[in-house]
Design a protein around this ligand. Sequence first.
Ligand code: ATP
Length: 738
Amino acid sequence: MKKPKSKQLKLQTRTSEVQEIELLEKWIEFGKPESGSNPLSLPPLPAKSPVGRIDEDTYSQYAGCTKFQQLPLSKNTKDGVRQSGFKNMTNIQRASLPHALCGRDILGAAKTGSGKTLAFIIPVLEKLYKARWGLEDGVGSIILSPTRELANQLFGVLKSVGKHHGFSAGLLIGGNEYDEEKDRVNRMNILICTPGRLLKHMDTTPNFDCSELQVLVLDEADRILDAGFKKEVNAIISQLPKYRQTMLFSATQTKSVKDLARLSLKDPEYIAVDEEAISATPSRLQQKVMLVPLDQKLDMLWSFIKAHLNSRILVFLSSCKQVRFVYEAFKKLRPGIPLKCLHGRMKQIKRTFILQQFVEQRSVLFSTDVSSRGLDFNKGVDWVVQVDCPDDVASYIHRVGRTARYDSAGRSVLFLLPSEMKMLERLQEKKIPVQFDKANTKRLQSVSGLLAALLAKYTDLQPLAQRAFKTYVKSIYKQKDKEVFDVTKLPIDDFSASLGLPMTPQLRYLDRKNIDKKVSGESNLVPEVPVKKDSIKLLREKPTNDLFEESEEEELDLLKSKEVADGEEGIAADHLLPTTRVLKKKKLKINVHRPVGTRVVFDEEGNTLPPLATLADLSATDSALLDKDKVMKRYAEMREDMKTRDQEDKLLDRQRRKEKRIKEKNKYKRARDEEEEDDDDDEDDDGFSNKDTKKSKVYFNSDSEDEDGRSKVALKTDAISLAEQEELALKLLSSMNS
Ligand SMILES: Nc1ncnc2c1ncn2[C@@H]1O[C@H](COP(=O)(O)OP(=O)(O)OP(=O)(O)O)[C@@H](O)[C@H]1O
């Protein structure tokens, strides 16, 4: 809070502000870069050259300068920038700031992690300062972000760089208290928001007025302008004044004339600083692509994590359901490094907390594309692992861009299925220097069997695995780029088994006849080993260093890992013995030639007798036993008796398991309902948003896991059949006994 100023002091400040603004305007006017020019191509200004006014009508050059202090910026901004630790400008800042400070519309494109945020935050502050914008003037600038996390991050930068200005700023994102925002929103000068929440305020908050807006910024512009946000963005733009400055930034910029027309840009400056660069990704980023069959992705991921226990790893999967399953399952297997997960269905407070934790400690974060854009993890991400193929090249660029930011190095690896190899070509065509590698599979650790055991032990995991399976296949089915994503080439059954599922869930929308049961070349990476104690032992061995070249050695300490498993119940890998089918169902064969009668029998003196000797002895004394018919009858009775008991046992067991399953499901559903929020937001980036949430709630109650809303029926059938089954069992028993 600023101290209340005396009247005279206020007057003085105002006068000096007016003078400063006058000087800034003259300076800007004097050194305006030519429209269409690239300030980067100008020779850099000498470090010690005079800055600002030189004489009556002469000012220093600022186009081509390399330091923030050489720009025509207010003292408040300069102080904020300096105190935030920024001195020299990055290329995108050098190229765009001179144009943006003149009030021009900007279309800025530069690699991930190259400092685009300051390239629009600074002009926003300067524009409002020069317009002498005050609290009573309302909304002067809107900065749109596609995700809440990114909006939060931008808000942090704005607070830091703009701390000496007197503007009020607000963060409007889904998941925050709407009512509480409603009271404040009319008093905000700068709004950082996600499109859905902004539109909600525009539609429902009384007196919310943006008609005086000065600057509109779209961060990750191509994402905001794509089909996912189309309706919201069109509605927002229709409520904004046409006369304003507009700035669009992204690492993968839109050049679509239609998009630009929607925003009514006026002669925008297209600033693409890396267009001539050899690569479209940061130069310090090492990128690998690996061929991994679908049914071995989790083995590969597990082995990767075990080989990099000292790293901060960001793992991308294609949907919330994938994320949840892999996170829950791996957590129970305790890899020896903390695991976290992040997806659009989590409560906002938890999302923020998890990101905070990921920034602070080495860990593995399983995430959907919700964290693929814009996020800047302070201490750096060591590895970006894309387990599921990104939708397109742009999505790849943003995902890998979470590492190797600004001047730091980073590494990334992308797992591609044999059927997705077209993506490799696409990446190479777009100047992405990837190195194609075959993983050394000698010491690949298989987890499929362990997952099967986990699914049997923790019944709540099974529905997660089923959903992960279904959502993945559906996501491939729905992909537009059929050259890369071909659902008919997926080894469906092997994939299902690799998740530990006892049988392949039904996929009603797929014609299974068209899908090869065994897709050639899909399953040769790791020999299919039924998981026995031996393979479990493998998990305790040292992390494999030759699987991924640069692995950090670390002994797995299972005792220690107890502390890192997020305080939740976990079981060490070596406590697990697969209890259900492991990798392939094997028929139990009875060897009829097996020698029998190994039981040792003693006579009264303690001498051993040959097997069945007692019976032979008895038969000698009791001629009744020699009656062949009677013996046969007796055997038949015994067989019947055993059959009946077997039926009884089976029925009882089936009932017990069913009841347990229903109980577990209800319990799980309650927990899940608490976790899922009835979100009003805009930005679940997981591909299957609200509609899917509603569906999945229904799925959860169902045994059949049907994709087209049949689950309720299935549930009902289940409930009836339980009572009916008892009756049926009794009938069956009595009919067998009679
Ligand atoms: N001039 C600068 N000097 C030093 N560090 C900078 C400078 N500008 C930005 N940075 C730092 O570089 C990192 C990346 O910046 P920023 O998040 O703005 O990148 P970006 O280009 O927006 O990335 P993305 O495309 O992923 O959104 C941040 O940690 C930021 O603090």
